[in-house]
Ligand binder design. Structure first.
Ligand code: AMP
Ligand code: DBH
Length: 553
């Protein structure tokens, strides 16, 4: 990247809406078909309060809550949030580690009509301040000791740039403390689509999920109650989630996979038990599987690989584990085939995206399909196209770009009109940026990617975002961040840079990105120096043609 261009320079014609609604007749059809039920996410567990009041709902390092206790906490907090002056429809950035408090917080925000923005616990100033600014959030709920995380200093930093922002710090024992920026809050109206008032509450924005992104500013994903609930509800029978399920949250809890595939919400809807792991190492996770008799869990491929390596010398009893869901990045076939022999449980591949579409391998799939494909879509109403560079459909068995639309795939990112014009087709298909092969059975194999992203073991890094931060260093004239293969992570990020003079050191560059407030996982694993960045005809860095490079120590 040499000259950053702001998104607004490209085009300003499509509107920057909070929610791009489905066309009215499509929405009507989804309702008539019973795909959208009108239910609200905040009520996802209410049926179990009477059915199994003493049943364990959520277990975390901070608390163990039965369904009755969870409901009580949700009610209490819902009232408390409103007491802060927060109004239905307001956005609240939630940044909490894997704890019971996370579940109570999100459910209670929904109960109060508020809209959580799902930040990750390891996000830092660059990310969180962008979420607050983009949404004009009224609050930032984060940890002050909860689950061992400490965002107190970050919260002060964020507040200093956000007049009127309210910080709610959650302590290790779940207690709340409040700090409010005294300046008047800038009121910026929400950008609501035409007909918003006619939408049922379930058709409005319920949460903003994060996109891995391929642009300089991370894009937010508006999911409605109706569409998110559909993906959760339909995931449960596919994954076999029941009231007996004991699900270990080994991924970061706010991630779309951990929330909804079938995740925390699927398990609560089924009346099962959610168990929060502070981190996914074999030592921690295996101990929890044994102690809490875990039956299902979900991880990214590098974690699956670490578990497989560690399982040979395990000392814990993993016999309760029935299924391991793996997704977020491509699982090598050779690793997939080891899951049952080594861990003794079923593998379920999951190819999903926070924008919507989720694919699962099924119980009835043969071994070959389970180890070589990333599954098929949840719903018969998911529409998929596999196309060439000119949007012409390619036959099954040939690789092409995956486009999709359907009852739980967004029609537009949050307030990103210009970007939406590129990321969606005119008739509403989302351009996933994934290159897939579709088999006659409808299963997909992910064979590549056509988006400016590094998928670092399931953690997505928008290369443009990292490049633009690196360009602010005076020693960097030009830079290109590329994906390079890594045995464990699948891919890692490498920054190729042309220095202005004497090259800066690696530690200086890392420190610079850290000071810019970038989350650690986005800091490149390797830096190399090149004389120049060769360009292809369309101006992209021609990675294969980089010469005279050397690794910076
Ligand atoms: P995001 O849009 O940030 O939610 O990330 C979703 C993206 O992760 C997908 O579009 C794929 O690029 C990638 N992804 C998720 N699951 C898989 C999988 N099982 N195999 C390959 N890529 C995956
Ligand atoms: O990578 C993802 O975003 C993802 C993977 C599996 C996802 O969002 C999901 C399942 O729901």
């Amino acid at each position: 990247m040499t000259r950053p261009m702001s998104e607004s320079q490209i085009s300003s014609s499509p509107p920057d809406l909070d929610l791009t609604p489905w066309p009215a007749e499509v929405a009507q059809r989804y309702r008539a078909l019973g795909l959208w039920t009108g239910d609200l996410l905040g009520d996802i567990a209410v049926q179990h309060i009477g059915l199994r009041p003493g049943g364990e709902a959520v277990i975390g390092p901070d608390a163990r809550l039965t369904y009755a206790e969870l409901e009580q906490e949700v009610q209490r907090l819902a009232v408390w949030w409103r007491g802060l002056g927060w109004e239905p429809g307001d956005y609240v950035v939630v940044q909490l580690p894997n704890t019971a408090a996370f579940v109570a917080t999100v459910l209670s925000l929904w109960r109060a009509g508020l809209v959580p923005v799902m930040a990750l616990a390891n996000h830092r100033r660059a990310e969180v301040s962008a979420f607050v600014a983009q949404t004009n959030a009224v609050g930032h709920v984060c940890a002050d000791g909860l689950g061992g995380a400490n965002h107190a200093a970050l919260a002060v930093d964020i507040r200093s740039g956000a007049p009127g922002l309210v910080t709610v710090l959650v302590g290790a024992d779940g207690s709340h403390s409040v700090a409010r920026d005294p300046r008047p809050r800038a009121t910026r109206p929400r950008q609501l689509p035409e007909g918003w008032d006619d939408l049922p509450p379930s058709g409005r924005v319920a949460l903003l999920q994060l996109s891995g992104g391929s642009t300089g500013t991370p894009k937010l994903i508006p999911r409605t109650h109706d569409d998110y609930l559909l993906s959760v509800r339909e995931s449960n029978p596919i994954c076999g989630t029941t009231a007996d399920t004991r699900y270990l949250v080994a991924l970061p809890c706010a991630h779309n996979f951990a929330m909804s595939s079938p995740g925390i919400l699927g398990v609560l809807q089924a009346g099962g038990t959610v168990v929060m792991a502070p981190e996914p190492s074999p030592a921690t996770a295996f101990a929890l599987v044994e102690a809490e008799r875990i039956t299902m869990t979900a991880v990214v491929p590098p974690v699956a690989m670490l578990w497989l390596r560690a399982a040979n010398r395990r000392t814990h009893d993993l016999s309760t584990l029935e299924s391991l869901l793996v997704g977020g990045a491509r699982l090598p076939d050779s690793v997939a085939s080891q899951v049952r022999p080594i861990l003794g449980c079923r593998l379920r591949q999951v190819f999903g995206m926070a924008e919507g579409l989720v694919n699962y391998t099924r119980d009835e799939d043969d071994e070959h399909t389970v180890t070589t494909t990333q599954g098929r879509p949840i719903s018969p109403y998911d529409e998929l196209r596999v196309v060439d560079d000119h949007d012409h459909d390619v036959p099954d068995g040939e690789p092409g770009h995956l486009l999709t639309r359907g009852p739980y795939t967004i029609r537009g990112y949050f307030r990103a009109g210009a970007h939406n014009a590129r990321a969606f087709t005119a008739d509403g298909f989302y351009r996933t940026g994934d290159v897939v092969v579709r088999h006659p059975s409808g299963h997909l194999t992910v064979v590549g990617r056509a988006k400016d992203q590094v998928n670092r073991g399931g953690e997505k890094i928008a290369v443009v975002e990292v490049e633009s931060h690196l360009l602010t260093h005076p020693g960097v004239a030009e830079v290109s961040v590329i994906a390079e293969p890594d045995e464990l992570l699948g891919e890692r990020a490498c920054a190729v840079l042309v220095p202005t003079g004497d090259p800066p050191s690696v530690s200086e560059l890392r420190q610079h990105l850290h000071e810019r407030g970038l989350a650690d996982y986005k800091i490149p694993d390797r830096f190399i120096i090149a004389d120049e960045l060769p360009r292809t005809r369309i101006g992209k860095t021609d990675v294969g043609a980089i010469r005279h490079e050397r690794t910076l120590e």
